[in-house]
Design a protein around this ligand. Sequence first.
Ligand code: AMP
Length: 193
Amino acid sequence: MATNVVFLGAPGAGKGTQAQILQQQYGYRQLSTGDILRENHKAGTPLGKAAEAYMQRGDLVPDDLIIKMVRDALPPSGVGIIFDGFPRTIPQAQALDEMLGEMKRGLPQAVYFSIDLGAAKMRLATRGREDDNAQTIHHRFEIFESQRDALKRYYADEAPSRFTEIDADRPLEDVTQRLLRALKLRPSPGVAS
Ligand code: AMP
């Protein structure tokens, strides 16, 4: 059965980049809650409108909206999903376990991308997304730090053998190699070793 993977880590830790690599080369499906919210915002949907103010402030969008959104976006069983930017809170993590259980999928594998927060802030400041202004960035990191330890503990305690911490300050290719090892995947020809 395809594994599901949860990517944890600070904004700017490179989760999205690594998720893209796994999607393009290993058949995983990236499910980025931030991307789905931005698409909804662009399309002017009720969800996009409800989430807008939170996103602009760098606050978390309420759990009930996010959980419903993820439930609606889940691909059929059989496809391995990378949850990128979700869960961000313990209730979201619990809801995810429940959803995966209902779909007869096992507990997710969790990867924590650890990065120097100063470096991550610098990355965001040069990325230039709408919510990448100094004030919002500061607040997003505050929120990340307030949830980080509880989330790491949740996954490390739930299934210690399925929790991996990766040093995401390393070059992109090294991080990919480490990730492939954690997920027990063979390097593909497209991934430099
Ligand atoms: P991201 O693209 O992951 O940095 O997310 C951008 C913004 O979307 C965040 O600052 C939050 O406002 C919102 N967001 C994304 N994912 C979540 C989530 N799992 N829970 C709550 N809010 C989220």
